[in-house]
Design a protein around this ligand. Structure first.
Ligand code: ADP
Length: 397
């Protein structure tokens, strides 16, 4: 059975076609600049074929048509007809408190995803556009499934997800912690339990998803009990361009000093802060590491701050779960930056967690702790697309 996995933004469309018989990616690609001049598709088949072209995509419908052409007719085609595709799985950023798991997209579910746009204005409206475009392009026969970034975090207890604000902001506006990257935390914590040869229900696992966006989750007995991202993916610890947690009075102070609107503040905290804001170099970890090596002190400070904050989050989740069996690193930085892992793990020895320096240099899925470490340390590459395809398959079966 072949599953088409869609990750749609307002002007972009990332996709993969996965053959679930062997979980092989048949092709993947990206449509960019949807709705503006210069729309283009870049498509890669597993056999090495590449199809790249500029073609008008005024809406997501034309983007899906371009994808179908790439998959079925281009030089990099991988199937004869889209009829071979059994179902479509969509990544959805915000499922609020409504969606506690993945679901088949019914008209009611689509309506709920649309209404949750109030909590994720940059994402959910784009997902709705993409789902509607799929219905237009592929009809209603082809089942569509929604897989939410938030649903894995729905098991958090109220003491973890509530903010200490007047209660009416929770009841009136649903302001609470929802978390993000849930599909990734679920995937790598599951895989961690498999690698340890134990049931996830018997383990306390801390998963560190470190990419452009970063979050850490405490998974106790297979359930998320706390996560660092909050009402939006801005919360937690510093990321490529995002602040993470701040003292709220720093926000009101800056707003008053510079006479800033909420939209301007949002831009500063989401796009101009974090590693980029402190280093002044880049949001990309590799650039900042290179600058620090050349003696740039602000770059070095940004890297130190991020490591320190990661260490503190891990420690707080050990406390929250009263122990930990494994810590997992994933995401572009978590999977690739051995020095970051070394620096973070240097402050986990109080737990009896010991990094094996040689294993830490290996690539891919690898246990990086020593054999006598009381806490297992792992690098586990995340695969959100495969997780979406698995959920889609399970629901349409
Ligand atoms: P996103 O959150 O956009 O999915 P990724 O998970 O791809 O991001 O992570 C991107 C980050 O990973 C960037 O900061 C990049 O510099 C970092 N990264 C990727 N490869 C390496 C590497 N080999 N060494 C250090 N950092 C890396």
């Amino acid at each position: 059975m072949k599953i088409f996995v869609v990750n749609a933004g307002s002007s972009s469309l990332k996709y993969q076609l996965i053959d679930m018989d062997n979980e092989q990616v048949l092709c993947k690609g990206l449509c960019e600049r949807i709705g503006v001049e210069g729309s283009c598709i870049s498509h890669k088949a597993d056999n090495g074929g590449v199809y790249e072209t500029e073609t008008p995509m005024p809406t997501h419908s034309e983007a899906f048509e371009a994808v179908v052409y790439a998959m079925t007719k281009s030089d990099a085609k991988v199937i004869d007809s889209f009829d071979e595709v059994s179902a479509i799985g969509h990544r959805i950023v915000q499922g609020g408190s409504i969606f506690k798991g993945s679901c088949i997209i019914t008209p009611e579910a689509l309506n709920d995803i649309d209404e949750l746009g109030a909590l994720a204005p940059l994402h959910n409206p784009a997902h709705v556009l993409a789902i509607k475009a799929c219905i237009k392009t592929f009809g209603t026969e082809k089942p569509q499934v929604a897989v939410f970034d938030t649903s894995f975090h729905q098991t958090m207890p109220a003491k973890a997800y509530m903010f200490p604000l007047p209660y009416k902001y929770y009841t009136d506006y649903k302001v609470r912690k929802y978390g993000a990257h849930g599909t990734s935390h679920n995937f790598v914590s599951n895989r961690c339990a498999e690698l340890m040869g134990k049931a996830r229900e018997d383990l306390k696992i801390i998963t560190c998803h470190l990419g452009n966006g970063c979050s850490i989750t405490a998974v106790d007995g297979g359930k998320c009990v706390d996560t660092s991202m909050g009402f939006t993916p801005l919360d937690g610890f510093m990321m490529g361009t995002r602040t993470g947690t701040l003292d709220p009075s720093a926000i009101t102070y800056i707003a008053e000093k510079e006479n800033l609107t909420p939209a301007q503040l949002n831009h500063i905290f989401n796009k101009e802060s974090g590693i980029l804001g402190v280093s002044g170099v880049s949001n990309d970890n590799r650039d900042v590491v290179a600058a620090a090596k050349e003696g740039n002190e602000r770059a070095a400070l940004a890297l130190q701050m991020q490591r320190y904050q990661i260490i503190k989050f891990i420690g707080s989740y050990v406390a929250a779960m009263n122990g930990v069996d494994a810590v997992v690193f994933t995401g572009g930085i978590g999977e690739n930056d051995a020095n970051l892992r070394k620096d973070v793990c240097a402050n986990l020895t109080y737990l009896g967690a010991f990094l094996d320096a040689e294993r830490n240099t290996q690539r891919g899925e690898v246990k990086i702790s020593t054999d006598d470490s009381r806490v297992a340390l792992y690098v586990i590459p995340t695969n959100e697309e495969l997780a979406i395809a698995r959920d889609t398959l399970a629901l349409v079966k």
